[in-house]
Design a protein around this ligand. Structure first.
Ligand SMILES: [Zn+2]
Length: 104
């Protein structure tokens, strides 16, 4: 098992994930052009299952979906996010706040 296609799909998923974690919005068409991903909605589904908060906005006459991953704590998008061990991601500010909370 472990065919080359699976690896390729995994790599694509990883690249989409990294792109979204930079706080950048991504549409299905952009995902196809930039990463060769046909089913962005599936990747978004997986991300949500992993605790990420993904906002969907509708754009254009076609009403196509644009996805943005936002911070788990402050729910603000458009900024670089740091992945959490237990799923999801937070912005730098919230990361600091969380770290402080653990140190007494
Ligand atoms: Zn935040």
């Amino acid at each position: 098992m472990g065919g080359g296609e699976d690896m390729e799909e995994q790599t694509k998923r990883q690249r989409v994930r990294e792109y979204l974690l930079e706080g950048r919005p991504l549409s299905g068409l952009e995902a196809l052009r930039m990463f060769g991903v046909y089913r962005l909605s599936h990747i978004i589904h997986l991300l949500r299952n992993n605790g990420f908060i993904v906002h969907t906005t509708r754009k254009g006459h076609e009403n196509y979906a644009v996805y943005t991953v936002v911070c788990n704590d402050c729910k603000i998008g458009g900024q670089p996010l740091i992945e959490l061990r237990d799923g999801g991601a937070v912005c730098e500010e919230c990361e600091k706040r969380r770290t402080k909370g653990y140190v007494h």
